[in-house]
Design a protein around this ligand. Structure first.
Ligand SMILES: Cc1cc2nc3c(=O)[nH]c(=O)nc-3n(C[C@H](O)[C@H](O)[C@H](O)COP(=O)(O)O)c2cc1C
Length: 207
């Protein structure tokens, strides 16, 4: 039994080690039901006091993807021209990123994740949310893991500032834009940057 378990965990580790962010997507379609299941999996994540302080907006509409890309490239241009520090530029160099973001229109789906800073009851009263950012981070991890296990690639994307996405998607005032996850199949010509993960011994202390 424990031998079988060890084999299973080693296999799962291998599968998760094959995940990497993708910055060049194929435009090949993916059934929306598959993405919805993955978002439902994200919704099973633990959250502070089970408040589930997250909202997902699934964008597949071409016009909306183009609008998001245009705004994102505008803020990215400003970031690369005036805001980026020399240290940050150096750290981004191996990723080869710049202000062009074609993945925002090529990927069949943009999953826009919002953190609910507080809840709003039907009588408009506010409800406190506990650890909303931590909870949304865990839900995002569930989402990325589910997509990867189905062979779907992702890019976690964070244009700064990101307020434009709340405006474009007409989100309520209790929501803060958190992350944009581009999801689709990797472009056949894409090869990820050569990057290493820390070794287990460098991130784990067993006592
Ligand atoms: C919170 C967060 C924000 C990120 N923002 C961006 C981004 O704006 N643009 C980008 O190209 N990659 C972004 N990434 C992807 C990281 O660059 C990537 O995860 C990291 O280089 C490790 O590579 P891997 O995902 O292939 O393991 C982000 C990742 C995280 C977790």
């Amino acid at each position: 039994m424990s031998e079988q378990l060890k084999k299973s965990s080693a296999l799962l580790l291998k599968l998760m080690q094959s995940r990497h962010s993708v910055r060049m997507f194929s435009t090949k379609e993916i059934p929306i039901e598959v993405i919805k299941d993955c978002i439902a999996i994200a919704g099973t994540a633990p959250s502070g006091a089970n408040m589930q302080p997250w909202s997902f907006v699934l964008v597949r509409n071409k016009k909306m993807k183009t609008a998001i890309r245009e705004e994102a490239e505008r803020v990215e241009q400003e970031f690369y021209d005036t805001k980026i520090t020399p240290e940050w530029r150096e750290q981004l160099r191996p990723l080869g990123t710049d202000s062009n973001k074609p993945f925002l229109t090529d990927a069949p789906y943009l999953i826009c994740i919002f953190v609910q800073k507080y809840g709003i009851k039907s009588d408009q009263q506010q409800v406190k949310h506990y650890y909303p950012s931590e909870s949304a981070g865990i839900a995002t991890g569930f989402l990325l893991s589910a997509l990867h296990q189905l062979g779907i690639s992702t890019l976690t994307y964070t244009p700064a500032p990101m307020n434009f996405i709340a405006k474009l998607l007409n989100r309520p005032r209790n929501e803060r834009p958190y992350l944009i996850i581009a999801a689709g199949y990797a472009h056949e010509k894409y090869s990820p940057p050569d990057m290493e993960k820390k070794k287990l011994k460098d991130i784990l202390t067993v006592i």
